[in-house]
Design a protein around this ligand. Structure first.
Ligand SMILES: Cc1cc2nc3c(=O)[nH]c(=O)nc-3n(C[C@H](O)[C@H](O)[C@H](O)COP(=O)(O)OP(=O)(O)OC[C@H]3O[C@@H](n4cnc5c(N)ncnc54)[C@H](O)[C@@H]3O)c2cc1C
Length: 433
């Protein structure tokens, strides 16, 4: 059996690895010149680093299992995270229940409500009753208007922009539930996982095993079209020519997939088209000095253009990057946003004045180098009753499968769930033989 996999991100590579182990012949087509997709790395001062900040949670069993399987277990570090919240010119630590009780922008009653709502979401296991309710409505009702507008509105707004009001409470539940599952007893501290030497080692390890198993990874080879014959999958057409296959797994964005198969039956096509994405844009700065004492500062100030200040070197120390300090400044944007037209120099100019609010000593000459990364299909927008929109892995076309981030629900997308997608879809193919 010959299987094509379109997309060499973590989902595609996991599926390819599993299939190789079952004796299936696989070819992965990846449009980029390196594998990894949203988990791809770049050279940050001599060391590989993710283009977009990455960590994993204690409950991320699928990716932890894969890390162990690839022999990378000894490199997995569980480190305490330090989180803060920036509001009205001040940065407040936001890690422990004590931090919440001291969070001055909210009244004592609002702090209590916020704490109780968070606890409820952590304990609640059944997300189904939440899926027909917009997150905004539920949070205002139970946490109160003030807690919503100070803490959660900026987060929802900066992630989903104008679509924030559509987002289902089930998605919000997924985020809180998973995140709080990464805390120790009594919610006192949070630990996050990182692979010493970058998560790029997972993609490298998978690629090596795929090659050893006789599979092929065709880089810089965008797929253009999936051709059918006798009503089932027949060929994949790429920029370098067409090849015949018995089955195809697409791990690419739903809109691109719909375009690749013009014969897709309307019901399935409608599901593919119903999902929209927010683009992620990340400016990464290499700084001379430490900017903040925190790994992650959530920005609750709509006048700032970025939604967080993620200081990676407060998680993995600067010694890993020849003593430099690495800061990610992320934005989630609609594809029409003017921010996406700017180059890194323009973004550094626009962002720098805000950085002094996190550290008054900051001056522009701290910035030694900058990098800019964009991912157009970064965040699927998850509206109410999203489960009705979910396309199944098996499409109505025989031999054609979809395994992409829109199928992750109610959890927020993450590498753990893409590994799970790869595991599941490869099982479907093996079972179909
Ligand atoms: C800013 C940001 C921060 C994140 N932080 C975290 C985090 O802390 N923890 C976490 O677990 N997850 C995080 N994630 C999410 C995580 O990176 C993704 O969920 C995961 O990597 C998705 O993997 P995937 O294989 O499903 O999709 P992708 O990585 O999107 O892979 C799809 C692949 O298809 C390729 N492709 C597209 N079109 C074609 C074509 N026509 N032909 C051939 N190839 C094509 C793409 O180049 C890509 O390599 C983050 C994502 C972003 C954007």
């Amino acid at each position: 059996m010959e299987v094509a996999i379109i997309g060499g991100g973590i989902a595609g590579l996991t599926a390819a690895y599993r299939l190789c182990r079952q004796g299936v012949r696989v070819t992965v087509f990846e449009k980029d010149s390196q594998p990894g997709g949203q988990l791809a790395t770049f050279n940050a001062n001599g060391a590989p680093l993710e283009r977009f900040y990455h960590h994993i949670f204690r409950g991320d069993k699928d990716v932890i299992g894969l890390i162990e399987e690839l022999g990378l277990g000894p490199r997995l570090r569980w480190l305490p995270s330090t989180v803060a919240f920036h509001h009205a010119g001040r940065t407040y630590p936001f890690v422990t229940p004590g931090d919440l009780l001291r969070f001055a922008p909210l009244s004592p009653l609002d702090r209590l409500r916020l704490g109780l709502v968070t606890l409820y979401l952590q304990r609640q296991r059944n997300w189904r009753p939440l899926e027909s309710i917009p997150a905004r409505e539920w949070l205002v009702k139970y946490a109160g208007k003030r807690a919503y507008s100070v803490v959660w509105e900026p987060l929802l707004q900066s992630k989903f922009g104008e679509k924030a009001g559509e987002v289902t409470m089930a998605w919000f539940w997924g985020r809180i539930h998973v995140r709080l599952g990464s805390r120790g007893e009594g919610m006192r501290h949070e630990v996050l996982g990182y692979l010493d030497g970058s998560f790029g080692q997972i993609t490298d390890g998978l690629a090596r095993r795929i090659n050893e198993g006789g599979g092929k990874i065709a880089l810089s080879t965008p797929a253009k079209r999936i051709a059918l014959g006798d009503g089932r999958v027949a060929e994949v057409e790429t920029v370098k020519g067409s090849l015949p296959f018995d089955a195809v797994i697409a791990t690419i964005a739903s809109d691109s997939f719909a375009e690749m198969v013009p014969e897709m039956p309307p019901d399935y096509r409608d599901k593919l088209r119903a999902v929209s994405y927010q683009t992620a844009q990340c400016l990464v700065l290499k700084l001379k000095n430490r900017l903040t004492p925190f790994y992650w500062v959530n920005v609750g100030d709509p006048s700032m253009p970025f939604l967080a200040v993620v200081e990676h070197t407060n998680f993995m120390p600067p010694e890993n990057y020849a003593g430099k300090h690495i800061v990610y400044l992320p934005q989630y944007l609609d594809s029409s946003s003017p921010w996406l037209q700017m180059d890194k120099k323009q973004l550094v100019e626009r962002f720098s004045p805000f950085l002094a609010r996190f550290n008054p000593a900051f001056t522009n000459d701290w910035v030694e180098q900058s990098f800019l990364f964009r991912e157009p299909s970064a965040q699927p927008v998850v509206p109410v009753n999203y489960s009705r929109l979910l396309p199944p892995h098996q499409t109505p076309i025989a031999g054609l499968y979809l395994a992409n981030t829109t199928q992750i629900y109610p959890e927020d997308r993450g590498i753990n769930y893409s590994v799970r997608l790869g595991n599941r879809v490869s099982e479907l193919i093996v079972d179909s033989r």
